[in-house]
Design a protein around this ligand. Sequence first.
Ligand SMILES: Cc1cc2nc3c(=O)[nH]c(=O)nc-3n(C[C@H](O)[C@H](O)[C@H](O)COP(=O)(O)OP(=O)(O)OC[C@H]3O[C@@H](n4cnc5c(N)ncnc54)[C@H](O)[C@@H]3O)c2cc1C
Length: 429
Amino acid sequence: MSMDTEVLVVGSGPAGIAAAATAATHGREVLLLDDNPAPGGQIWRDATAVQEEPDEVKRKTFLTLRVSGARIFSGWRVFDAPRAGVLRAINDGGAEIHAIDVSYEQLVLATGARERFLPFPGWTLPGVFGAGGLEALARGGLSVTGKRIVVAGTGPLLLPVAAHLRQMGGRVTTVAEQASRRQLARFSTFLSSQPRKLIEGLQYRAASGGSRYRPGCWPVAALGTDKVESIRLTDGDRTWEEPCELLACGFHLVPNTELAVLLGCSLRDSFIEVDDAQRTSISNVFAAGEPTGIAGMESALLTGTMAGLAAAGKLDEAKALLPRRQKFERFAARLKTAFALRPEVLALAQPDTIVCRCEDVTYDSLKGYEDWNDAKRQTRCGMGPCQGRVCGPATEALFGWPASSVRPPLFPVPLSVMGACPNRPPQKQ
Ligand SMILES: Cc1cc2nc3c(=O)[nH]c(=O)nc-3n(C[C@H](O)[C@H](O)[C@H](O)COP(=O)(O)OP(=O)(O)OC[C@H]3O[C@@H](n4cnc5c(N)ncnc54)[C@H](O)[C@@H]3O)c2cc1C
């Protein structure tokens, strides 16, 4: 199957929705494609298990998308870029598997971010989830009612996760934030210049009330036989155990840049490099949202609007929004400093701790390799179904190995799909 469009947007979180709606409103033919069952991305994921307050920003954003005329393809995952100006996607959610080649004139990458996981003893036990991952599962229907939950790790996501899990009936006992009280105090002082964000944080703190919020506290081990039964926490001076049935644990976010790298876009500090109008190093490819900087939903909406304007040829209008983007860039820089990983959490893995859970590769067996490619070749680390999405950022943090190669397929796809698609030109080895 193949089709073409003037503007193709990959990712329908806030950034992708804003980009698609803006480009379509400016008269472009737009296709918005995303691997989830419905638009919304991480923050506006469909919630079956929670009664949410009406959200005016969300309502307006979806309304703008609806009236813009952009076509929406949900449930399609881009896994390859077989030729210049063409992306290949798969839909395997139904009884049949379909693949499609989409040709575009302009492309907007709005592929979001994912959680960073760091290995520690017991982190692969059933009942241990990513923080945002557990929230997403609970929103999708996994019952957390009455379950004793500890939320741990680092980053601004921990508080909303704790608040939402409580709202869905979970008994969140502790939120363990590895950043020190002093770092958080500095961050709060900075936030006083962005009162909306400060109020949002305080609201989440209030909504997660009843649970202890412990700055300067991190997980040492998840304990249990067949599933997690307790978590060992430390504040550096004291170590103690807390019983839990679920552990929601994530160490801030890392950008999804694999598709950008496959296309040949340049990165800067692990993010897609963009100019003042969200244009990447490839002239007809733009990027928006978290792959260009982790700064939250409002920033994603703004950079999505800029990318949509630029893709529609309205470069001056896009650049006019730059001062607002710069404000979010300052916020992103503060987030990075406030939630920087302390050395202790980078030293949690023991020799027998699994680092690559797809291929069962232990910490000990990774020591001694020079880089990610060397370790991959010798141990199969990063060669399983997640294609290094989990262990890649972990090994980067633990060993300083930046992920250096991306190859198609970006996600596992059935052989029948690979066989049925027209061949790619041979790749240089
Ligand atoms: C697990 C998780 C939970 C979060 N929960 C919250 C929360 O509760 N509250 C909050 O304030 N912030 C939350 N955030 C942060 C939030 O994601 C951002 O603030 C904001 O939504 C980012 O918007 P975005 O459009 O850049 O990316 P996203 O919202 O992440 O949207 C990106 C979309 O692109 C899709 N995609 C990526 N690659 C492909 C591909 N190859 N093919 C097709 N589709 C693709 C993704 O599936 C996703 O739907 C969460 C983040 C994560 C990672």
